[in-house]
Design a protein around this ligand. Structure first.
Ligand code: HEC
Ligand code: HEC
Length: 370
């Protein structure tokens, strides 16, 4: 009976109907998932559409956990015998930083807002100290909130901290001074260098980071902080293999020549990855291992952890196999600087690539002259 039923016109219409329903359901689920996902927001941001998004699922959980933390902190400050506050987490299990509507009114809130502006659009709000087309947010995604992209809430509680890079205990300002010097290429800025320690730019950025870190324990490195290391692969890295990974996964946004996309109004839609507008040779991102970590967990945009470790190593070596602004620490020959600053690192600084020693640096003026 059922075998015959299958062959009747009525049976196949029913099956088609069922099938259409199932496909519809799958599409609906995909649509809803996409709509709520980070990728949709990112995609919308990337194409420049302002979309009113409902609060992401889990936002209420994070908010409830934050409210509980605040209540417990206030009670505990009055009486240490009551239960201590918990670190507030979101549904992903990571620290839940405050949302923008928690920014308080008054002078502190204003400093937080200024810091957020500088962080998200450095060439506009800290123009004096900005020597390329990068903004802090290009490497510390989602306004310094995203896990695995050195979020500010993960960084702030760690300082002061000793750093091998400059062999001293670094304050949080010292740390930002470093990102201005190298990642923002401040030597090429109108001021000719990073903001001096104590500058209002640092005070505002510090207010923003302190505020984002509300609820974190001082001195701890929380899960999701920093850029996670990626294990070395058997094949090592190879920029020629990386060129193929780049063409297939990155060129769409950062363009085939690595110069990204800067709109007529000067807004950086996709940051340049090499050349005079990129981070300089002294930057953490110019090290192949650091770039591998960043890329593996954050790129292609909103598709972190989709490349294999091998692809991440290869493409990181590819983007770092081109000239970029000089290392500001270089005095004397390139080889001297390589020995002093780049000896034990995974970098092409002072090495031969495509038959040429690279690391000399390019600047806006040298490129214009060519
Ligand atoms: C080109 C990418 C890039 C840009 C732009 C950039 N940074 Fe960074 N930043 C990094 C990297 C990479 C590290 C980790 C450095 C390392 O491993 O040496 C880092 C580390 C940091 C840290 C310490 C993080 C931690 O967990 O200890 C802070 C704070 C920071 N950056 C702030 C800033 C600020 C503020 C700006 C803008 C003025 C900025 N960064 C711009 C790449 C960048
Ligand atoms: C859909 C567009 C898109 C794709 C595809 C994409 N990126 Fe990005 N990338 C971005 C955007 C946008 C940023 C800045 C993030 C921000 O500001 O939120 C960025 C930032 C970066 C940075 C930060 C450093 C800097 O110089 O500013 C690196 C490195 C990077 N991407 C490498 C890659 C690599 C390698 C790939 C391919 C595996 C890739 N990206 C694919 C859009 C994209």
């Amino acid at each position: 009976m059922s075998a015959n039923f299958k062959n009747t016109g009525f049976g196949s219409a029913l099956r088609r109907f069922g099938m259409a329903g199932a496909i519809g359901l799958v599409l609906f689920v995909i649509g809803v998932t996409l709509f709520y996902s980070d990728s949709f927001q990112r995609l919308a941001a990337a194409v420049g559409t302002d979309v009113d998004l409902p609060d992401a699922p889990g936002a209420e959980v994070a908010q409830a956990n934050r409210a509980a933390m605040h209540a417990a902190s206030a009670a505990w400050a009055k009486d240490v015998q009551v239960a201590a506050p918990h670190i507030p987490v979101g549904i992903d299990g990571f620290f839940a930083p405050p949302t923008d509507d928690e920014i308080p009114d008054g002078p502190f809130g204003e400093a937080v807002l200024r810091g957020r502006d500088i962080f998200n659009n450095t060439p506009k709000f800290a123009a004096q100290y900005s020597g390329n087309s990068q903004s802090c947010v290009n490497c510390h995604l989602d306004a310094g909130r995203k896990v695995f992209s050195a979020p500010l809430w993960g960084a702030y509680p760690k300082y002061p901290m000793y750093r091998g890079k400059n062999k001293k205990v670094n304050t949080f300002q010292d740390r930002m001074h470093g990102c201005f010097t190298y990642s923002m290429n401040a030597p090429a800025s109108p001021a000719g260098g990073p903001p001096p320690l104590g500058d209002q730019v640092y005070l505002d950025l510090e207010a923003y980071a302190f505020w984002l870190a509300d609820g974190t324990p001082a001195g701890q490195t929380l899960p999701g902080a920093g850029y996670p290391k990626v294990a070395k692969t058997e094949l090592g890295y190879d920029y020629e293999r990386g060129a193929k990974v780049y063409a297939a996964n990155c060129a769409l946004c950062h363009s085939a020549d690595g110069q990204g996309h800067i709109e007529a109004a000067g807004n950086v839609r996709f940051p340049p990855l090499w050349g005079p507008e990129a981070y300089n040779w002294g930057a953490g991102m110019a090290r192949i291992d650091t770039a591998t970590s960043f890329i593996k967990y954050n790129m292609p945009l909103s598709q972190g952890q989709t490349l294999t470790d091998q692809e991440a190593w290869d493409v990181a070596s590819y983007i770092n196999s081109f000239e970029r602004p000089a290392d500001p620490r270089q005095v004397g020959t390139l080889e001297d600087a390589r020995q002093t600053f780049h000896k034990d690192e995974q970098s092409y600084y002072g090495k031969e690539v495509r038959g040429k020693i690279i690391g000399h640096g390019v600047s806006r003026t040298t490129v214009a002259a060519e």
